[in-house]
Design a protein around this ligand. Structure first.
Ligand code: GDP
Ligand code: MG
Length: 206
C-alpha cells in the first residue's frame, strides 16, 4: 500500500475514564506495540494508520482524548470532525463501566450533528485479566439498552483490537456512502424553477 494513496479517510475519537487503556488500545492498533507504563499525555493527540478494509485503502485517524478524561470536561469542539466514536471502559473497574452512561450522555449533549448521525460503540478493555468485575453478558445488556454495539478487547494481547476498529470504520464508511448518494440525488433532480429551456439545451441554475 503506498503511503499517500488511499481511497477513503476516516476520523475516529476514543473517550472514557482515565487508565482504562485508550492510549494502549490505539497504540496496539496503529503501531502494533503495547507499553506497560502509564502513557500520560495532555490534550488531544492522534495516531494514523492506513489499513485495507473491504478492498479499499483507508487512512484512519485515531484521536486520543488524554487530558479530557472527565465527561464534564468535554465540549462541542471535542467532537469536531469525529466520524465515529469509541467509548471505552475497563472490565476490571466497575466505576469506569458505570461512567459509560455519563460519557454517552455527554456525546448527546455536545454532538451538534446528533448522536444518531454518527456511529458510536462501547468497548470493554483488559479482558486478558482473569479477575474481571464486569461480566460480558451484563455489559452487553447494558449497552444494548443504551442502544450501542458492544465489543471486548485486550490492548495487551491484541485480542479483538483490529476487528473492533475495522467494524467501526465499516459503519462510518457505510454512513458516508449513504450521505454521498443522497447528495448526488439532490444534484440530479433539478427544481423546475431553477431550469431554463433554451432551444435544445436545458440549463440548470445552481
Ligand atoms: P488511558 O489512560 O485510558 O489512555 O490508559 P493507558 O493506555 O495509559 O493504560 C493504563 C494502564 O493500563 C497502563 O498501565 C496499561 O499498560 C494498562 N493496560 C491498558 N490496556 C490493557 C489491557 O488490555 N490489559 C492489561 N492487562 N493492561 C492494560
Ligand atoms: Mg491515555
Amino acid at each position: 500500500m503506498s503511503k499517500n494513496n488511499y481511497d477513503e479517510k476516516c476520523r475516529l475519537l476514543i473517550i472514557g475514564d482515565s487508565f482504562v487503556g485508550k492510549t494502549s488500545f490505539l497504540s496496539r492498533y496503529a503501531r502494533g506495540t503495547f507499553n506497560l507504563t502509564y502513557l500520560a499525555t495532555a490534550g488531544f493527540e492522534f495516531f494514523t494508520k492506513e489499513d485495507e478494509i473491504d478492498n479499499k485503502n483507508v487512512r484512519i485517524e485515531l484521536w486520543d482524548s488524554s487530558g479530557y478524561e472527565k465527561f464534564h470536561s468535554l465540549t462541542a469542539s471535542s467532537f469536531s470532525n469525529a466520524e465515529g466514536i469509541m467509548v471505552m471502559f475497563d472490565v476490571t473497574n466497575p466505576t469506569s463501566f458505570e461512567n459509560v452512561r455519563n460519557w454517552t450522555e455527554s456525546i448527546k449533549t455536545h454532538l451538534s450533528s446528533g448522536i444518531n448521525n454518527i456511529p458510536v460503540i462501547i468497548i470493554g478493555n483488559k479482558i486478558d485479566i482473569v479477575e474481571r468485575e464486569v461480566k460480558t453478558e451484563e455489559a452487553k445488556k447494558y449497552c444494548n439498552d443504551l442502544g450501542f454495539k458492544y465489543y471486548e478487547t485486550s490492548a495487551k494481547t491484541g485480542e479483538n483490537v483490529n476487528d473492533t476498529i475495522k467494524s467501526l470504520v465499516r459503519e462510518v464508511l457505510k454512513k458516508k456512502i449513504r450521505k454521498n448518494k443522497k447528495e448526488v440525488n439532490v444534484m440530479e433532480i433539478p427544481k423546475p424553477q431553477d431550469s431554463k429551456k433554451e432551444g435544445n439545451c436545458c440549463c440548470i441554475i445552481l
